[in-house]
Design a binder for this molecule. Structure first.
Ligand SMILES: C[S@@+](CC[C@H](N)C(=O)[O-])C[C@H]1O[C@@H](n2cnc3c(N)ncnc32)[C@H](O)[C@@H]1O
Length: 302
């Protein structure tokens, strides 16, 4: 599918998958050197799945896993899904996906805790973890991702730093601190990492980012590590033709600024004048007496 068509299709699907992450997914998924299956945990209405599906190659399997309209495995997870995804059904996901692609991915309709029954260990080149935000679930999703990834495979964790998703943050940074997850880069929404040396991927990522005028990036220090931070650049506002009102407002602003400047200057002049007058009024009597004295000295005594 052409890039503009895919962008238009993505815009029609509700979800939380922003342009910087769309570009990063495209980059990671286009890696010619990597082959293997692709997995998404938490697919909702298919916004990220539709883009991922565009990069699945012949012979590769794309699997998505979601509860859809089914009950969650525990009360907290149930509260989370009822609150945030009440309109979700598997049928709506499938309709959205088939609006863009000819065939559906493999669908695991159930909790992410069963994913290892469906996806073999060491088979995936890319995993997107975007299901429950609760620590007890995300920590298991981390382990599942590590299990299914091939050597050099990449995992993207959504919501690794939002204030309403502390469980994701805890599980992800715990994996960095203790489970060997190596972060490659972050966006405001997602953390991308791998199990293995991230340096070569990071170098290639930086080379690519240098060619992207739409993406801003920098590199932060994270202890011994370096972490690339990527964001969408703000588009400059297109120049608007100036209305008469805009022109008059701008002129009024300029005149007001000019008036303020003149007022300040005249206030300074008045103050200087006041000071000079004061000095004259202090010196006046002294000068008067000095002149009298000089006059008396100059006048010969009778
Ligand atoms: C944030 S949404 C996914 C958004 C989607 N990736 C996108 O970019 O539009 C989270 C999804 O995870 C699903 N989910 C929540 N808890 C789950 C669990 N324990 N197992 C499987 N799916 C779960 C929800 O039903 C919801 O569809």
């Amino acid at each position: 599918m052409s890039a503009p068509d895919l962008t238009a299709a993505l815009e029609r699907i509700p979800g939380w998958f922003w342009p910087a992450d769309q570009r990063l997914f495209e980059w990671f998924l286009s890696d010619e050197g990597a082959s293997g299956d692709v997995l998404e945990l938490g697919t909702y209405l298919g916004k990220s799945a539709v883009l991922i599906g565009d990069h699945v190659r012949r012979g590769e399997t794309f699997t998505v896993c979601d509860l859809f309209e089914s009950d969650a495995p525990d009360a907290d997870n149930d509260a989370e899904t009822t609150r945030s995804y009440s309109s979700l059904t598997r049928r709506r996901f499938e309709q959205n996906y088939l609006g863009v692609h000819d065939t559906l991915p493999e669908v695991v309709h159930g909790p992410t805790s069963v994913i290892l029954d469906h996806v073999e260990a060491g088979t995936c080149r890319f995993v997107h973890v975007d299901a429950s935000h609760l620590y007890t679930h995300v920590k298991d999703d981390v382990v599942a991702a590590r299990t299914v990834l091939k050597e050099g495979g990449v995992v993207a964790f959504d919501d690794y730093r939002s204030e309403h998703t502390p469980g994701v943050a805890l599980a992800v940074w715990e994996a960095v601190a203790g489970l060997g997850l190596e972060p490659i880069c972050v966006s405001s929404q997602k953390l991308y990492g791998m199990w293995g040396d991230p340096a070569p991927v990071r170098e290639r990522l930086l080379e690519w980012l240098a060619t992207r005028p739409d993406l801003w990036h920098t590199t932060d220090v994270l202890g011994e590590r370096h972490l690339v931070r990527v964001n969408q650049r703000k588009k400059p506002k297109p120049a608007q033709p100036q209305s008469e009102l805009d022109r008059l407002t701008a002129e009024l602003r300029r005149t007001t600024a000019e008036l303020k400047k003149v007022t300040t200057e005249s206030q300074h002049a008045v103050q200087a004048l006041k000071k000079a007058t004061k000095e004259v009024s202090v010196l006046g009597p002294v000068a008067h007496r000095a002149a009298g004295w000089l006059r008396r000295r100059a006048t010969p005594a009778k």
